[in-house]
Design a protein around this ligand. Structure first.
Ligand code: PLP
Length: 454
């Protein structure tokens, strides 16, 4: 009994601390204060001989840790591509931790297995991808790109009678990989991890929006993987899927889509011109922790032919009895892992189709407002604002650093920087369900103020 009381006290206290944090996010500085980061030194101590009480551990974590967080979960964080956390997804994630389910095998966690199936089906439905595709729940789009490209590698080498998982790449016929000049680093990393060599990628020139030029595609064949992206991290632009898929189909090539955030644009018909043709690919990667606003970490690999993903990532073990069910660990690199599908299910469950559509459309409207305010103030947006990403040109790298430091120090909003076609730019990504029209106005003002100073 005593133990239960202690646990209740601990969890209630943790809830109060989490609530205090979340209720304070609108007021606090988006970037942590320098002294809060400095105070993290207090953690640099030797492993204690005797442990603290759980309460002491949590108190210390909150008192030192919370002030040293960046408020990425608030409505005015626009760095990288970072979502907030939907309340239902947060609650579901907490409950998952209480359950501590190992989601790898259906026999270990019927609930995790069932909700992964539902979350997979709903995701395919929301993104208008083939209903029969397999979905694996991984840590993020990097792992999803790796998984999708592992499936591609398997399928293409199988055509030469080669079982790459069994025989290895040594002695295998070389595969070709084609990708746009603006390919995301995570795809290159995945290619490297898979032993296919990222320096071997045949790069295709892109247009002024960062989209691959279909007219510049090299001749494709059935030993080629074509990587396209749905959502450029700088401009939000999409590679032309319809043309690429048609060329790949004709040649028997495999098309993999990196759709870390942009794939979610398919939840709204407003973006059909941008997202057309993506359904014709062979594999896709996306994140749930970005635009779906699920807690870290959460990504999805999707593969048109489930048997290929299973052959690339699956395994056999004496203790695994074929259940005839969808077995989660056969679709991901991991064996044991947390029940990532559950917060995805919770997010989709609480949003519904309309809520998801609204989340996507709202973020894009906010992005356009940002662009309008900055243009009104005399600044240059070097691309069409087609999605939730906006760039603002700044004269030099030095000035970019000064402007960013100024805004980040002021604490109202947080923006990052990038280089766009040789020019320095501020990068704005609107990916949070929390961002309101007022957040956008306040943040645009803060940015324009910082840009006005010398
Ligand atoms: C964020 C991102 C990735 C990598 O995703 P992680 O979740 O960080 O692994 C890949 N591609 C694009 C286009 C992205 O925006």
């Amino acid at each position: 009994m005593q133990k239960e009381t202690d646990l209740a006290r601990l969890l209630n206290r943790t809830t109060r601390r989490a609530l205090r944090y979340l209720e304070g996010i609108e007021e606090r500085s988006v970037a942590p204060a320098a002294d809060a980061v400095h105070a993290l030194q207090a953690f640099d101590e030797a492993l204690p001989e005797d442990g603290l009480s759980a309460e002491e551990v949590l108190d210390k974590l909150d008192e030192l840790g919370s002030p040293a967080t960046t408020t990425t979960t608030g409505g005015r964080y626009f760095g990288f591509v970072i979502g907030s956390v939907l309340p239902a997804a947060l609650g579901a994630d907490w409950l998952c931790s209480a359950w501590d389910q190992n989601a790898g095998m259906s026999v270990v966690s019927p609930i995790a297995a069932r909700l992964e199936e539902v979350a997979a089906r709903w995701t395919l439905d929301a993104l208008r991808l083939p209903a029969g595709a397999a979905v694996g729940f991984v840590t993020g789009a990097t792992a999803a790109n790796t998984s999708g490209l592992a499936a591609a590698r398997h399928a293409l080498l199988e055509r030469s009678g080669f079982d790459v998982e069994r025989d290895g790449l040594f002695g295998a016929p070389p595969l070709r990989i084609v990708a746009g000049d603006e390919v995301h680093v995570s795809v290159l990393k995945a290619i490297g991890l898979l032993g296919m060599g990222h320096a071997r990628v045949e790069r295709v020139p892109t247009d002024d929006q960062g989209a691959l030029l279909a007219s510049e595609l090299p001749d494709l064949d059935d030993q080629t993987i074509v990587c396209i992206q749905a959502g450029n991290v700088n401009t939000g632009s999409f590679d032309p899927a319809t043309e690429v898929v048609a060329a790949a189909r004709a040649a028997g090539a495999w098309v993999h889509v990196d759709g870390a955030f942009g794939l979610w644009a398919r939840a709204s018909s407003r973006f059909d011109a941008l997202t057309a043709g993506l359904e014709g690919a062979d594999s896709w990667s996306t994140d749930a922790h970005k635009w779906l606003n699920v807690p870290y970490d959460s990504g999805l690999v999707i593969c048109r032919d489930p048997s290929v993903l299973r052959k690339a990532l699956g395994f056999q073990a004496a203790y695994l009895i074929d259940s005839g069910n969808r077995e989660p660990a056969q679709l991901t690199p991991e064996l044991s892992r947390r029940a990532r599908g559950i917060p995805v299910w919770a997010a989709l469950s609480s949003l519904g189709r309309a809520g998801l559509r609204d989340l996507v459309e709202r973020c894009c409207t906010h992005a356009r407002t940002f662009a309008e305010r900055l243009v009104e103030a005399g600044h240059t947006i070097p691309h069409e604002v087609v999605l939730n990403q906006v760039l603002v040109l700044v004269e030099s790298e030095e000035r970019l650093a000064r402007v960013l430091t100024r805004v980040q120090d002021e604490g109202i909003a947080w923006f990052g920087g990038t280089t766009w076609h040789g020019k320095s730019a501020i990068r704005i990504s609107v990916s949070s369900w929390r961002t309101s029209a007022d957040d956008v106005e306040r943040s645009a003002e803060a940015l324009i103020r910082a840009l006005a100073l010398p």
